[in-house]
Design a protein around this ligand. Structure first.
Ligand SMILES: Cc1cc2nc3c(=O)[nH]c(=O)nc-3n(C[C@H](O)[C@H](O)[C@H](O)COP(=O)(O)O)c2cc1C
Length: 674
């Protein structure tokens, strides 16, 4: 499919796509009026029913005139929003595009930011460094990974913040949730994405991020077992929880001045999805992102997952059913820019969100800026990322920072002593505990560097407003395309961002292996990449890749290694199949026994043993081994983990043969939400 025209060329003067704009202007629907009334804080139906009871016909007429006048004012207000103007002036320089382009691309009257090309919320993956990379290469809006609203509020309280939002900023929260919520002024517009099952907690969390995010999103899409256990995500989509969900949305939209978004999955029927979306909108949601796959239930076998085609026709029907000016975002199966264009055409959605696609290619949205041939000479404005410090306000009390810094300095000294020992007496001279301390060196170092920098700086109150001083640089579009076409360049850029904005090593490995999958496989470096325990090690892998690319003669194909990798992959697939069958058996058993909680048996013994537990149990007496195994790991094969030579039944064994957990392993299935 040919590359489509740059997005701004498709837009009418008001920023809407031409066709839909024309349609919108003709169609002044009742629902649109309702929407605008709702924006003002009251539902028109309330007004109408009130007036029909109390007022005379004449009064009604007067009211209708008033309403029309107010709507006109509101219409004007919305065209040049006052409440959100504060941010709008900053936003122009934050999108990584030229100001002119950004203005053209601002879509809809709702928000002073563009929401057409979106980085999806991703646990362990849509972190600051990755968001910045995607923004540079075309994304215009990003979601944070899912954060638990209750935990977020607890963490903020622990960091002795007030809930007023006045002295709360990203740097503060970054310190307590270091990997989940970091932000800088160039990381805008930003949607803070929360799981919640308590209206008050959601409202509090929203308040905490109000000054550093542009919208707050409620996760109603997570299908994971943890979501079922914790009663959040897509498990709140049933009828029983509808009132609770609406209360959460109402509480959020009442608490903050920024919009409340909701991310959902499809309900069992499209009518139900439509009903849900209308209810969410009436409760105060300003935008809904629809993941076009079914919500998860334990009975469902295949759908509810993240793979397989997204049901975009259903997204289209939902979009059609909503008022024209209510933004619907379509999510699912967008792998390249052609998909972006196709998806928009098919669904009529106001924006596109991508997860898997953008993980593989952070420059997925770049073609929206133009084509490298026709527009290559055009200069694009790109913000230069600033240090991890957010605009204005106080930050973590300096005492707390200093205390953490001292703790980390102590850790570093310990690590240096261990390193010395290894140097003098060899690697065997240290125990497992010391080894894991050594492995954490890079993370400790990065964090320490950041804290030392923070502590030595003058108080943030003395800093100028970073939003105003945001430094920009310009790049030719052709240069951006050149970099985007080389995944190694993207991965290296990502690594250098991670050095400034620390992230867990397993997420770093995850991103690099997604971005450079083909190269790592071609040069048999995947195993080495996955085993990396520090940023430096990942960097070494990338350098090897680069060397092989530049000088192919230096690479020699290793057949044994290839066979090992093939077997490891096959074993992983077998385990996945086994786990699914096990879950099915246990659910059927619970059903047969008439248990209300179908997951009862799934919860027993589900914990995957860690490397450390395996090491300890190997030394423990048989009785103790059995007791621990029965209590925590009974779904897993004891022989596989504890016996020399492993499990004799091997593939025929009914118990799980999952790999013991190492803290650096990114266990996708466990961590992925949505
Ligand atoms: C690594 C990963 C982590 C995810 N974490 C979240 C999350 O925190 N919250 C959420 O609502 N969805 C999450 N999702 C789901 C995505 O946001 C998205 O809805 C889903 O992957 C479908 O989009 P896609 O087809 O473009 O991948 C995650 C997906 C991936 C791949």
């Amino acid at each position: 499919m040919p590359m489509d025209k740059p997005q701004h060329e498709e837009l009418g003067g008001d920023g809407h796509p031409k066709n839909s704009t024309e349609k919108k202007h003709k169609k002044k629907s009742k629902s649109k009026d309702k929407c605008k009334e709702r924006e003002r804080g009251s539902h028109p139906d309330d007004d109408i029913s009130e007036s029909s009871r109390k007022k005379s016909k004449k009064e009604k007429k007067k009211k209708s005139k008033d309403k029309k006048r107010k709507l006109k004012t509101l219409d004007d207000d919305l065209k040049s929003p006052k409440k959100k103007k504060r941010k709008s002036s900053k936003q122009d320089s934050h999108n990584g595009t030229s100001n002119e382009l950004t203005k053209l691309e601002k879509k809809g009257d709702h928000f002073p930011f563009e929401y057409q090309h979106i980085v999806a919320p991703m646990v362990g993956a849509s972190e600051l460094a990755f968001r910045l990379l995607c923004r540079k290469y075309g994304a215009t809006l990003s979601y944070t990974p899912m954060m638990s609203s209750s935990q977020f509020v607890k963490d903020a309280e622990a960091a002795s913040l007030t809930n007023s939002g006045t002295n709360t900023n990203g740097a503060t929260i970054a310190n307590s949730n270091i990997c989940e919520f970091q932000t800088i002024p160039q990381d805008r517009p930003l949607v803070a994405h929360f799981s919640a099952n308590d209206p008050e907690q959601f409202a509090q969390a929203a308040k905490l991020v109000e000054n550093v995010a542009d919208a707050v999103d409620l996760n109603l899409g997570c299908p994971q077992r943890t979501a079922h256990l914790g009663h959040f995500g897509s498990y709140l989509l049933g009828d029983d929880d509808r009132e609770l969900v609406l209360k959460i949305v109402r509480a959020g939209s009442k608490a903050v001045s920024i919009p409340i978004f909701v991310k959902i999955r499809l309900m069992d029927t499209v009518e139900e999805t439509i009903k849900l979306c209308h209810q969410l909108r009436d409760a105060g949601a300003s935008l809904i992102a629809i993941h076009g796959r079914y919500r998860a239930t334990w009975e469902r076998t295949s759908a509810g997952a993240r793979d397989g085609p997204a049901l975009l026709d259903q997204v289209a029907l939902v979009k059609k059913s909503m008022p024209d000016d209510f933004p619907i975002i379509s999510n699912g199966n967008v792998i390249d820019y052609d998909d972006v264009v196709e998806n928009k055409k098919l669904t009529g959605a106001d924006g596109i969100m991508s997860a898997e696609g953008i993980l593989n290619n952070p420059a997925l949205y770049l073609p929206r800026l133009g084509s490298s041939n026709d527009d290559g000479e055009r200069e694009v404005q790109i913000p230069i990322p600033s240090p991890l410090k957010v605009n204005g306000g106080g930050s973590v009390p300096d005492k707390k920072k200093e205390k953490t810094m001292r703790k980390l300095q102590k850790k570093m000294r310990e690590i240096e002593t261990i390193e010395k020992k290894v140097k003098e007496l060899g690697a065997d001279s240290i125990n497992d505990d010391q080894r894991s301390k050594l492995q954490a060196k890079s993370e400790v170092q990065t964090l320490l560097k950041w804290l030392e920098n923070e502590v030595s700086k003058p108080s943030s109150k003395e800093l100028p407003d970073l939003a105003i001083t945001t430094q920009m640089t310009s790049m030719k579009l052709s240069e951006l395309f050149k970099a985007a076409n080389n995944k190694l360049v993207l991965a290296k850029e990502y690594i250098s961002l991670v050095r400034s904005y620390p992230m867990k090593i397993r997420s770093v490995v995850f991103h690099v292996r997604r971005m450079c999958k083909d190269l790592l496989e071609q040069y048999q470096l995947m195993e080495e990449c996955i085993a990396s325990t520090s940023i430096d090690e990942v960097d070494v892998v990338l350098s090897k890749c680069e060397r092989y690319m530049n000088d192919p003669d230096t690479f020699h194909y290793d057949r044994q290694k290839a066979a090992r990798e093939k077997e490891a992959l096959a074993a992983k697939r077998r385990e996945e199949g086994k786990r699914k069958r096990y879950e099915g058996r246990m659910m059927r058993k619970a059903k047969r026994e008439g248990l209300a909680d179908l997951e009862h048996y799934l919860r027993i013994g589900a914990e995957v043993p860690t490397v450390e537990i395996v090491r300890q149990l190997k030394k423990a007496p048989q009785e103790e081994r059995l007791a621990v195994w029965k209590k925590h790991h009974s779904q897993h094969c004891m022989s596989h983990h504890l016996e020399d030579g492993g499990c004799k039944r091997d593939r025929a064994c009914a118990f799980l043969h999952a790999e013991a957990r190492d803290k650096n392993k990114f266990v996708e299935d466990d961590e992925v939400a949505g």
